[in-house]
Design a protein around this ligand. Structure first.
Ligand code: ZN
Ligand code: ZN
Length: 366
């Protein structure tokens, strides 16, 4: 099959056609990929040398498609089902999974991987290569454990469905699951890209009072309003901390840092909190970034700083929920989708994503 391969960190994607997948074992499903979204995390992994990522590797983890074949122990899926893949797989039997907190699974990610005595799922030119996030979605097909996938209604178009697998769930889940926003809470979201727009949308669904979108790009601020921002702030024009404090009579209950890599914005997220508020780290930060925190400030303001990974999702519950709200016209996926591309365009699309203008490109032809 065909896939976009990274052979060395820092090198561009190369489309190759000499990849093979094993047949499904146990609880695995083989899926024909219909749409595969270009997430920031993939290009981050493709370019950051310090992460220890094994190469060659097939990246991509925001996938929708159709089940082609199922393993002998699969009970949840049938051939022909439409699915969305999610990298936040879980074992299903540890104490966290048993209470529904699959996002905190004690056996992540080994719970959905093959064991060392089993053949590898993916090969390149006949040689075994490791799967990225148990998915490797920049490819014509993927072979997944059933706890890395969820069924979605056939009425949801594949490109929109793919976005549910990472960006949407990360953003909306941060607001709904991790922050547990209540009716009347005030919220600020720093960074109005694909994930930030969904945090705004999640805050609106949860009944937040003021939702303040913060971004340097005017186009993104316009989009933020479409997703439910009641106010927008451009840090190029005004100090975002002062602006948020003024708009909310002293600060927000929840501030989300959705940019990553920029410690200045995380300091701002803490600075704009009302007493008792929480700042959430949502954007992927480089492991080398260190920030200074004043424990006295946390103490006297009774504030907190918390990391949120994949929106604290139980994805088998959340993705069908967002899909249904989309079909009801209450959840916006259409405006997240900038355009569909062919797999050969992946390098060019990532260059454009880096410039910041595009919400999301999705590969739909292979
Ligand atoms: Zn578990
Ligand atoms: Zn992602």
């Amino acid at each position: 099959m065909k896939a976009a391969v990274i052979s060395a960190i820092g090198e561009p994607f190369v489309v190759r056609d000499d990849l093979t997948l094993d047949a499904p074992l146990g609880r695995e499903i083989l899926v024909e990929v219909k749409a595969s979204g270009l997430c920031h995390s993939d290009i981050y992994v493709a370019t950051q040398a310090g992460l220890g990522t094994p190469v060659p590797i097939v990246l991509g983890h925001e996938v929708s498609g159709v089940v082609l074949e199922i393993g002998p122990d699969v009970t949840e899926f049938a051939v022909g089902d439409h699915i969305v893949a999610c990298l936040d797989g879980y074992c299903g039997h540890c104490d966290r999974c048993l209470v529904g907190e699959t996002n905190l699974c004690r056996n992540y990610p080994t719970g959905t991987q093959r064991t060392a005595d089993q053949p590898p799922r993916l090969r390149l030119g006949g040689e075994p290569i490791s799967q990225f996030s148990e998915i490797s979605g920049f490819a014509e097909q993927v072979l997944l454990h059933e706890n890395n996938a969820v069924k979605v209604p056939v009425e949801v178009p594949f490109p929109q469905a793919a976005l549910l697998g990472c960006g949407v769930t990360t953003g909306a889940g941060a607001a709904i699951n991790s922050a547990g926003i209540r009716v009347g809470d005030n919220v600020a979201v720093i960074g109005c890209g694909g994930v930030g727009l969904n945090t705004i949308q999640g805050a609106a669904l949860a009944g937040a009072r003021k939702i303040i979108g913060i971004d340097l790009l005017p186009d993104k601020l316009e989009l933020a309003k479409k997703f439910g921002a009641t106010h927008v702030v451009n840090p190029a024009e005004q100090d975002p901390v002062a602006a948020v404090r003024e708009l909310t009579d002293g600060g927000v209950d929840h501030s989300f840092e959705v940019i990553g890599n920029i410690k200045q914005t995380l300091q701002q997220a803490l600075g704009m909190l009302a007493p008792g508020g929480t700042a959430y780290v949502v954007g992927a930060q480089s492991p080398s970034q260190i920030m200074e925190i004043s424990p006295a400030e946390l103490l006297f303001n009774k504030t907190a700083l918390r990391g949120v990974y994949m929106g604290g999702t139980n994805f088998k519950r959340d993705i069908p929920l967002y899909a249904e709200l989309y079909l009801q016209g209450r959840f916006n996926l259409d405006d997240l989708l900038s355009r569909t591309i062919g797999i050969e365009d992946v390098n060019k699309a990532y260059e454009e994503l880096a410039k910041g203008g595009i919400a999301r490109s999705v590969i739909t032809s292979f």
